[in-house]
Unconditional design. Structure first.
Length: 247
């Protein structure tokens, strides 16, 4: 029951945030796009590879064994809303990310897998909410329509990960770089595939993860190094509304 309430709470929060952003953008659009413009919605089936540069080291308290937590790849479903602003190259974004098909023995713990540690039963397959600002470094107009590159800074509202956390979900500083390839750029504007893109993002969770000396989960394992916050996302981006967005 508690797990179900967490899922419902996170989904409700995410949906409310997306609706509020969309309503605000549409209201501004009707007045001539003075601050923010009309939003676009998309769906991203994704593969996420955790701590891609190095693996954290933990000690299993029940056995004393020292182990690395290996990188793992998990399937995720991500729903996004992007809201362009009148500031050149700046876009507001919000997303809800959910890992739908991971069992209790192999699921992401604050978006990396912990199933390699014996005895760990961490249920973290609840949704997370991201809010932030994206800034274009290269736009499609500058690359002939084939790709764009940018960076973002945001807030990841996701499952607690530190022993001092006093709530189920906590805010974490999220930084990243994203490159988007438009492989169907030469199709006619009336072809839906023209707006299906391939996205690659390198994400860095700067705060809110276990640090050296933390025992997380309680009584189970001690972190001998800081958790490695890097994550690689590879996704196809399918527009939902509008189905044929303007570039």
């Amino acid at each position: 029951m508690q797990h179900g309430r967490l899922v419902l709470r996170a989904v409700t929060l995410g949906v409310c945030a997306l609706v509020l952003i969309a309503q605000s953008a549409r209201a501004q659009q009707r007045r001539g796009c003075h601050v923010v413009c009309a939003p676009s919605f998309s769906f991203r089936p994704s593969l996420m590879r955790t701590h891609v540069f190095s693996e954290p080291t933990v000690r299993v308290l029940s056995t004393g064994a020292v182990q690395n937590v290996p990188s793992k790849t998990a399937f995720a479903m991500q729903f996004n809303v992007n809201v362009p602003t009148v500031i050149p190259r700046m876009t507001l974004f919000a997303n809800v990310t959910w890992f739908p098909n991971l069992s209790a023995s192999s699921n992401p713990f604050t978006e990396y897998n912990a199933n390699a540690v014996p005895g760990t039963r961490v249920r973290t397959n609840t949704p997370s909410l991201g809010l932030g600002v994206f800034v274009d470094a290269l736009t499609t107009k500058e690359t002939g329509g084939w790709f764009d590159v940018g960076g973002y800074i945001g807030d990841s509202f996701s499952k607690a990960a530190q022993p001092t956390d006093a709530s189920d979900y906590t805010h974490k500083l999220d930084l990243g770089v994203t490159g988007t390839l438009h492989p169907f750029n030469r199709l006619p504007p009336t072809n839906y595939l023209r707006n299906v893109n391939l996205l690659v993002a390198l994400d860095y969770r700067a705060t809110g993860l276990p640090k050296e000396g933390d025992i997380v989960p309680a009584g189970t394992r001690e972190w001998l190094t800081n958790a490695r916050p890097s994550l690689l996302q590879i996704a196809f981006d399918f527009p939902l509304a509008p189905l044929f967005p303007r570039r």
